[in-house]
Design a protein around this ligand. Structure first.
Ligand code: UFG
Length: 336
């Protein structure tokens, strides 16, 4: 049985990936510092899969602890989610973002080199493309200067990994996520935003639940059919499965290059108003919203060309937008 380390394995995408890994027959060990996650998630993973992953409450910036971990655990591959991810916060606290996201990545790669571990999956983001000049966005779209320190940590992260692949025995795949939403069908794990949500779907579900008074729609003067911005919203379980496909590609040595990257989205764009109406429709909840000004740093439209992921990872989405929105609402109801 292959043993896979999942860093940030108690977070939103991490926890869903742990479930899919266990269900695909991998042994999972999690490192998480609980900075933006809750320990209860570990029990909830076990409730879904009937297997408790091994768990280490470690901070990857702590070199000594990380070194001890690798000296005492034999690992076949790593999926690295652990990172800070709030775009707005990263603008206020750039150094914290660089320290956390970059140092932890570098230390992890050093341990991989020293312990001869060669399979690495990295959480990247479609934010690396900025406002792409052509839609849908293929992997050939140029990487644009980052709009935020958070986005920059993803770009720098990819560069660090690419250079390491050239120098060492590392084989890596960066998955460039579009907008992950929804919750596992068991409704035992889901997104747990800290404080006021920054992202659209948790803000919508909290508004429907009465936790927030009103949803602000950031701008209706974009150059899109209804004037609101367009994104590619992917069910988190579909996204989790893309990690298994990417990992399997490395374990089977089927990768064409030492460093590869794939867009992971549905291929379909939805506007903010379309999302609101779809949510109202599947949940029969009326949403209180108003149009306000644009949010700084937002692009007009981003949705993925998924051809490369489909053909090379042999992966495609299986769930619909309605299923994702419904599961997000079911999850919200469990929280309140
Ligand atoms: N939006 C609103 N109101 C809200 C929140 C969001 O109208 O209260 C709009 C945004 O303006 C945007 C869309 O909903 O048009 C989606 O916004 P999110 O914040 O949910 O997602 P983003 O596309 O801005 O950000 C996501 C991830 C980032 C990642 C980025 C890459 O959260 O981590 O995609 O584009 F960097």
């Amino acid at each position: 049985m292959k043993k896979i380390l999942v860093t940030g394995g108690l977070g939103f995408i991490g926890s869903h990936t742990v479930v899919e890994l266990q269900e695909a027959g991998f042994e999972v060990v999690i490192i998480d510092n609980l900075l933006n996650s809750k320990i209860e998630v570990l029990d909830n993973i076990e409730k879904i899969t009937s297997q408790k992953p091994e768990f280490f409450n470690l901070d990857l910036r702590n070199k000594k602890d990380v070194n001890h971990f690798f000296n005492t655990n034999l690992i076949d591959g790593i999926i690295h989610f652990a990172a800070s991810k709030a775009v707005g916060e990263s603008v206020e606290k750039p150094l914290e973002y660089y320290e956390n996201n970059i140092n932890s990545l570098v230390y992890l790669l050093q341990e991989m080199r020293d312990h001869n571990i060669s399979n690495f999956i990295f959480s990247s983001s479609c934010t690396v493309y900025g406002q792409a000049s052509e839609l849908p966005i293929t992997e050939n779209s140029p990487v644009k200067p980052a709009e935020s320190p958070y986005g920059n940590t993803k770009q720098i992260g990819e560069e660090i990994i690419k250079d390491t692949c050239k120098a060492d025995h590392l084989n890596a795949i960066a998955l460039r996520y579009f907008n992950p939403i929804g919750a596992h069908e068991s409704i035992k794990i889901g997104e747990l935003p800290l404080g006021v949500p920054q992202n659209l779907i948790p803000y919508i579900t909290q508004t429907a639940a009465g936790i927030r008074k009103q949803l602000s729609v950031f701008g209706n003067d974009y150059n899109t059919p209804d004037g609101t911005a367009i994104r590619d919203y992917i069910h988190v379980v579909d996204l989790a499965k893309a990690h298994i496909a990417a990992l399997q590609r490395l374990l089977d040595k089927k990768n064409n290059q030492k460093f590869e990257y794939f867009n992971v989205g549905t291929g379909k764009g939805s506007s903010v108003l379309e999302i609101i109406h779809a949510f109202e429709n599947v949940t029969q909840q009326e949403l209180n919203y108003q149009i306000v000004g644009r949010r700084e740093g937002d692009v007009t439209a981003a949705y993925a060309d998924t051809t490369k992921a489909q053909s090379e990872l042999n992966w495609k989405t299986e769930k619909t937008l309605d299923e994702a929105l419904k599961s997000a609402w079911e999850w919200q109801k469990r929280q309140s």
